[in-house]
Design a protein around this ligand. Structure first.
Ligand code: HEC
Length: 111
């Protein structure tokens, strides 16, 4: 297990503890109950660690909120496949299935 995924796991656990959800429950692929943290919302919180929030994106970071969902998804696939050059983002994208990237793109586009 790489250092990045260890850090990711620790962060996910910290988030789960903060929000009172077990990671398994948050990652489950079931229809969300009202107020439940969906997998896409959970994933988006890991993105916020670097990209900031919709109202507070660090000036050095690309804005990922509120863009076109299809365009965001295509960009993530390009990063994943190394068609779009990156330092870290390609590796992060490769940690997700295409379906997970689609779900998080749809979620982020709603901002
Ligand atoms: C470890 C920090 C980090 C995390 C976590 C992270 N990103 Fe990124 N992201 C970056 C950096 C840095 C870039 C700029 C490209 C590069 O050098 O990797 C980037 C670039 C991007 C881009 C390309 C934007 C553009 O217009 O070129 C998208 C889209 C993106 N990130 C989405 C996400 C999503 C979705 C998540 C959560 C699944 C996420 N990022 C998590 C650091 C991060």
């Amino acid at each position: 297990m790489s250092r990045i995924s260890l850090a990711g796991a620790a962060f996910a656990l910290a988030l789960a503890a903060q929000f009172g959800f077990a990671p398994q429950a948050a990652m489950a692929q079931q229809a969300p109950k009202p107020g439940e943290l969906t997998e896409a919302a959970f994933t988006a919180q890991t993105c916020a660690l670097c990209h900031g929030t919709p109202s507070q994106t660090p000036p050095t970071m690309p804005l990922i909120y509120g863009s076109n969902a299809d365009q965001l998804y295509t960009t993530l696939l390009d990063l994943k496949a190394n068609r779009r050059p990156s330092t870290i983002m390609g590796r992060i994208a490769r940690g997700f299935t295409d379906d997970q990237l689609k779900a998080v793109a749809d979620y982020l586009a709603r901002y």
